[in-house]
Design a protein around this ligand. Structure first.
Ligand code: PYC
Length: 404
């Protein structure tokens, strides 16, 4: 492919697609770029093209609330996200790019006896796999967060919490740039503004991809998109139980640093952290209907602001400065769908609902392994597409995010 000049600081741009690639990755978000990066770095596979219908990191990578944690409920989830945290901790050094990775500690508040029971369950599974999580009482929460109203306005008193010390936040868009630059430096081509319009499957095998900029020969395709997974699956004649729901978020104007940990309340449908810039980054549960759109609603801001004030009444003068939405590919068991598929050469990294950003490094690493070896990585064995037909679900709902 012929290059344009001058040489850009982060990524090369290309006037044309090549006729063929060893691997085509659909989606230049964190997951797709991470898979390209590890394929190139760890397996020497560099004749890769990453296709992006919009711009790098413009999907859910740039739309989430940047929370990283591994305090899941299932053995599969805990081990997978723990491996991700280990990669996160060295990623800025790997990339030579400041990702503002900030270990903050993560509280999941419990407002009922049944929530306390789930916290205990998660803590025990976490400890079993060497992940730092413990159940703490309301006094502990008060000592760390004296500014929180533990009565929550009287309607949802905090009884205790799951405290997870490794919980962290990280500058999300820089994650896509770091993986993209690292892949680009190793020879991977990233083609933005290039949508996939069809996948050519003959006798059950992938042989090529149709795009808005022409046809590409390839025998390996990885789909790493959010929101469009059902449309991509349609192109290869596969189905999944994914439903797409919007997930909205918002940030406040900046304030002095006052909130060190990340706070999550399932009962109040709130998660919040304070960014390096001082903004409160806040989110709630999914919009309660299937919709393939990233529009924002006033209803969301009102509901989330009311619950934030239950926890932190002194914030009432604070202004909201931005809101946005991403599209969450929800699965029935709240676990992702990863690995090989019945179509030879078609691999899936999907079903990332509200839990995908924190998985970026390990999703890239395990999908690179799966494509290079044509064998699912052992860490993703519990996430295969066929679990929905084999009735062997990996039930992660109790730890996925806030109440859905
Ligand atoms: O899984 O921690 C999480 C999360 C926060 C917001 C959405 N998902």
């Amino acid at each position: 492919a012929s290059k344009t000049h001058p040489e850009p600081r982060m990524f090369r741009r290309f006037n044309q697609l090549k006729e063929s690639y060893d691997v085509v990755i659909i989606g230049a978000g964190g997951h797709g770029l991470a898979a390209a990066y590890y394929l190139a770095r760890d397996y020497g596979i560099t004749n890769i093209c990453v296709l992006e219908k919009g711009y790098i990191g413009g999907g859910n990578t740039g739309r989430n609330t940047t929370i990283v944690r591994s305090n899941y409920l299932t053995p599969e989830g805990v081990q997978f996200y723990d491996a991700s945290i280990r990669l996160w901790e060295d990623l800025a050094e790997d990339f030579d790019l400041n990702l503002f990775y900030s270990r903050r500690g993560h509280f999941t508040l419990a407002h009922s006896d049944s929530a306390m029971r789930t916290m205990r369950w998660r803590a025990e599974v976490n400890k079993h796999y060497g992940v730092e999580s413990e159940v703490v009482d309301a006094d502990f929460v008060h000592r760390v967060l004296p500014m929180m109203d533990l009565e929550c306005g009287g309607h949802a008193p905090v009884l205790g919490a799951l405290y997870h010390a490794p919980g962290a936040i990280v500058r999300h868009d820089a994650v896509a740039w770091g993986y993209g630059r690292g892949a680009d430096l190793r020879g991977v081509e990233i083609h933005q503004q290039t949508a996939v319009t069809g996948i050519d499957v003959r006798s059950g095998k992938v042989v090529g991809v149709n795009t808005t900029r022409g046809y590409i020969h390839t025998d390996r395709v990885l789909s790493a998109v959010a929101g469009s997974t059902p449309a991509i699956l349609d192109m290869v004649g596969l189905e999944s139980p994914i439903f797409v729901h919007p997930l909205q978020a918002m940030v406040s104007e900046p304030t002095k640093p006052w909130l060190d940990p990340i706070i999550v309340s399932g009962s109040l449908h709130v998660y919040v952290s304070q960014s390096a810039r001082g903004e409160l980054v806040m989110g709630a549960s999914l919009d309660p209907y299937e919709l393939h759109s990233t529009r924002s609603t006033l209803d969301f801001v009102e509901g989330l602001a009311a619950h934030m004030l239950d926890l932190f009444p002194f914030l009432s003068p604070l202004k909201v400065v931005r809101q946005w939405a991403g599209m969450a590919d929800m699965t029935p068991d709240f676990s992702p769908i990863m690995g090989k598929t019945p179509v030879e050469g078609f691999y899936l990294d999907a079903g990332w609902g509200t839990w995908g950003f924190k998985a970026t490094p390990i999703a890239g690493k395990t999908m690179a392994h799966t494509l290079a070896e044509n064998q699912p990585h052992p860490l993703i064995a519990g996430f295969s597409l066929d679990r929905f037909t084999d009735f062997s679900l990996t039930g992660e709902r109790g730890a996925a995010a806030v109440g859905h």
